[in-house]
Write a protein that binds this ligand. Sequence first.
Ligand code: TYD
Length: 202
Amino acid sequence: MTRGKFITLEGMDGAGKSTHIPTILAALEAKGVSVVVTREPGGTSLGESLRALLLHQAMHAETETLLMFAARREHIAEVIEPALARGDYVLSDRFTDATFAYQCGGRGVQAAKVRMLEEWVQGELQPDLTLLFDVPVEVSAQRLANARDPDKFEQENSDFFTRIRQAYLLRATAAPQRFKIINANQSLDNIKKILVEIISSL
Ligand code: TYD
């Protein structure tokens, strides 16, 4: 049995990545593969309970980091590894790059600590492809301003999001073979075309 591929979606709040999940899913299914669509924090029953705490309750930045990885451990064991092992593709709305961007870039948690957790929780597991939806902070802020009921992260200021964007772009530069940066500040149709092209050339 050929192992499936692990694809992750990343970007700041308001970059619009979730909007494009149906397009990516359809492009993958057109290749004849079965796809498990999931998200972080979340993806399991325990993970979704942790998500509710993480998105709405104030806590120490390292507590936040540890809970992200607790949810991730469960997600890998219950969903990601079994799916990849049976040959399915996994499409996850966020994964560990988000921890480096939000908890390290945004909140200042030491990257060395997150690398330790990454090694512990993931072992060799890394995404095969990461689509980074990138927009200027002013654009994402404008989109978030129109959103109802912002969560804890979405209420942060533009300095926080500037650091997150920089942290994401740095990670993409450091691993160019894994990342594809999508300019998400253009028409939905253009973005859709770019995504279909990336997926069909996988
Ligand atoms: P998000 O994926 O943007 O979902 P929605 O579109 O429903 O708002 O929300 C998840 C939030 O969690 C987002 O603000 C980023 C944050 N997050 C972290 O801070 N660290 C992480 O490791 C992960 C996976 C998410």
